[in-house]
Ligand binder design. Sequence first.
Ligand SMILES: N[C@@H](CCC(=O)N[C@@H](CS)C(=O)NCC(=O)O)C(=O)O
Length: 236
Amino acid sequence: MSERVLYDLVASQPNQRFSPFCFRVKLALAHKDLNYRSELVRFTDKAKIAFSEQKLVPVLVDIDGSVTSDSWQILHVLEQRYPQAPLLTPGDHSLGFVRAWVDRSLLAGVFKVVAPKICDLLEGEDQAYFKASREQRLGVSLEALAQEEKKYRAVLNATLEPLRALLTQQPCVSGEQIGGADVLVLACLLWAEAILGTDYLPEGDPISAWRQRQSGWVEKAMAMAGQTPEGPGPRA
Ligand SMILES: N[C@@H](CCC(=O)N[C@@H](CS)C(=O)NCC(=O)O)C(=O)O
């Protein structure tokens, strides 16, 4: 038996940790009360996670030394090994739709607003790598995205509409209690919040009320990760 370690993305300061995929794992570990140590990985620090035989974080090394990468895989591994405080319902495949919406619509919507600001938080080779790789992926320059920020904020707001409608009907994304869908959505919105601050949502938005109800969970996750509450956004 040894310690549990989460490899988490970091910008240029130790509190600048905003990866939505890493937030998924931090939220799940907090929910299940599983302690761990954070190992910080910069964008170009690929050597640090070479043992996982791929190039992305999160990577989780569990206390038995087993290595899992990919947040979705990690959520399933944690659920199987640590069924306390369950997040996934056996046989319920509807979470796949939430994952697809988050991965294809919500993440993309947030990304177009935050990407230029993330670039500003990076330095040196990390900044150059981020700019080149993201511009190639999007087919547009980060400067062009920044110029259209208002438009992309409006697109993000419209993308959030189904979530908004759902949260006027029920207290959690998963229903009465938090579950895997809350992890996927909250992790993505914590990314937005870390970069944009909390006021990226319109006043009185039911999504903000749901986010507020998750404050205890988020604070616990941040504390367990050794992350200061301020984060890198306008509040830092
Ligand atoms: N499908 C993966 C995606 C992980 C991913 O894209 N991680 C980003 C951080 S948010 C990363 O490691 N980026 C490093 C890079 O772009 O080289 C998951 O769910 O974990």
